[in-house]
Design a protein around this ligand. Structure first.
Ligand code: SIN
Length: 528
């Protein structure tokens, strides 16, 4: 690693990390601060397929020792990691603000999530329980053990550059696996530092290997393709539904069960009895936290007819007071688009809305000097910033159905709880969901009727906790869960073991001592 001075801190020149060694192979790429593109944050190489093969072989060889290291010792490494992350929290937070444009508050939360995950799994190393199971036969015992899967390929997104990788890396290594991780090309510096902190915590070289590169026709695609060469036993991915489907196909033909955390179009329902102030705040945060660049961001706010106009008035008032700008220099609600691809895609939705006849209530596309969004702080030309955007839309419209991944929200009118649930379920996705109501039966109907992996009652659609399962249904994922004890299913397999003490071959299913019922009287004769 080399460092050199850049506009808002140092820029890092970094290589892939294979078996603890830094490797500079591949064409160079650069990551700039998305709030100000004059601020270079990292220079990194793009891994070729051959570099990936090598990384996977290194991971295979590290797996041999690591998988035999006792789980409490593996857990101890994670306990060390939690302490190191706490120490480095301010540095990682600032780097995250620079590298992906999160606000300080959100970036600190992102790092905190990794600390919580490390603490949770540090203690899980002392459990990682199996079961004892009664046998059908005498002098025989049955057991189950969790075993690691082997080498895990991972691809993560840049919107949660420490938290979401921690949901995968930490349980994977706790369970005894080794990893080749391709982080987003939007967060190379953070990923590099994160792997270095694992090393400092005592993780042996080669257990986590880091490879940089892009997605399509680049490192990400090649890593997926290498499942066909038998170099991985597991694949974990956070990203779009389109790419997730393809990864699922490649994994499927290799009999690998992947973890696929995909997109969302998350509904937030506001019922007629809701605490409107709370609902407005929750809806606003769900829509605009991280500039709408979370897979849990609200996509549609479904508002009950009797309070629709009042909610709309109060919500627009709140939206109009949203502070946008450079989060490194100003206290704002959200900063820039993480990358140009997200911005271009977001911008397109204005045309969808116009075509489908949705009504634009607030928002004018990119924030530029000449359109002067009144609450913008910083230089709007230095990055890609979007107006907070609010539409009145209806089910069936493209913007109602598709993930937009930016600061845009639709208000949709519904009439009563039955319609709210039907409309909430009518997008292809099923990740997160929320309802604001004090009516216990409506809350209950929503809980049991909504098709989503996660539901909030009187709370926002965003905001995961490290020990609750995270994941979706329908187009939001393949049913795999991250976080908490549930994620262990994704990084281990169950090994059933029987031990025979009788000194003879007892035949299962045949030499059992089942008792045959012997009727004392004939009930047929008694009953006649
Ligand atoms: C995400 O992974 O995009 C969201 C996590 C959260 O909302 O906390």
């Amino acid at each position: 690693m080399k460092t050199f001075s850049s506009k808002y801190g140092n820029a890092l020149e970094i290589g892939h990390i294979l078996g603890g060694e830094e490797v500079f192979e591949g064409e160079w790429s650069e990551r700039f601060n998305p709030s100000d593109r004059e601020d270079l944050v990292a220079r990194f190489p793009i891994a070729t397929k051959e570099t990936l093969r090598r990384a996977l072989r290194v991971a295979r060889s590290a797996f041999e020792d690591w998988s035999r290291t006792p789980a409490p010792i593996r857990g101890q490494v994670l306990f060390n990691l939690a302490k190191i992350l706490e120490r480095e929290k301010p540095t990682l937070t600032r780097l995250m603000v620079r590298e992906v444009g999160k606000t300080f508050k959100e970036a600190a939360g992102d790092v905190q999530e990794a600390i919580d995950t490390a603490l949770f799994f540090a203690s899980e190393g002392r459990r990682l329980y199996g079961q004892t199971v009664p046998s059908e036969m005498k002098d025989k015992e049955l057991f189950t053990f969790r075993r690691p899967l082997g080498v895990v390929g991972m691809i993560t997104a840049g919107n949660f550059p420490i938290a979401v990788p921690s949901w995968k890396l930490i349980p994977a290594v706790l369970a005894g696996n080794s990893v080749v991780w391709k982080p987003s090309e939007d967060s190379p510096a953070l990923s590099y530092v994160f792997v270095k902190l694992f090393e400092e915590a005592g993780l042996p070289p080669g257990v986590i290997n880091l490879v940089f590169g892009g997605g399509k026709e680049s490192t990400g695609q090649w890593l997926v393709e290498l499942m066909d060469e038998g170099l991985m036993n597991k694949f974990a991915f956070t990203g779009s539904t389109r790419v997730g489907r393809w990864i699922g196909e490649v994994a499927g033909r290799n009999l690998i069960r992947p973890t696929l955390e995909l997109g969302g179009k998350n509904p937030l329902v506001v019922m007629r009895d809701a605490d409107l102030e709370l609902a407005v705040e929750g809806a606003w945060w769900s829509a605009f936290a991280t500039g709408g660049q979370r897979c849990t961001s609200a996509g549609n706010i479904l508002v009950d007819k009797p309070i629709y106009e009042e909610f709309k008035r109060r919500f627009l008032e709140k939206v109009e007071a949203t502070w946008v700008g450079n989060p490194l220099l100003h206290e704002v609600t959200y900063g820039p688009f993480i990358n140009e691809r997200f911005f271009e895609r977001w911008l397109e939705h204005y045309a969808w809305g116009e075509k489908d006849g949705a009504r634009l209530l607030f928002g004018k596309g990119r924030i530029q000097s000449h359109t002067s969004y009144p609450l913008f702080f910083g230089d709007p030309e230095a990055g890609l910033y979007g107006w907070p955007t609010v539409w009145e839309a209806a089910p069936g419209m493209r913007q109602f159905e598709e993930e937009i991944f930016g600061p845009t929200i639709n208000l949709v009118q519904v009439d009563g709880i039955e319609e709210a649930i039907r409309v909430a379920n009518s997008t292809p996705y099923g990740l997160s969901s929320a309802i604001y109501t004090h009516h216990r039966h409506w809350a209950y109907l929503f809980k049991v009727g909504i098709r989503a992996g996660m539901t909030s009652i009187n709370n926002a659609t965003v905001g995961a906790e490290a020990h609750l399962p995270f994941g979706g249904v329908k187009a939001s994922g393949n049913g795999a869960r991250e976080s908490g004890i549930w994620v262990l299913e994704e990084y281990t397999y169950w090994h059933a073991v029987n031990e025979e003490y009788s000194g003879k071959l007892q035949l299962a299913q045949m030499d059992t001592g089942y008792v045959t019922p012997k009727p004392a009287i004939s009930w047929k004769e008694v009953v006649g």
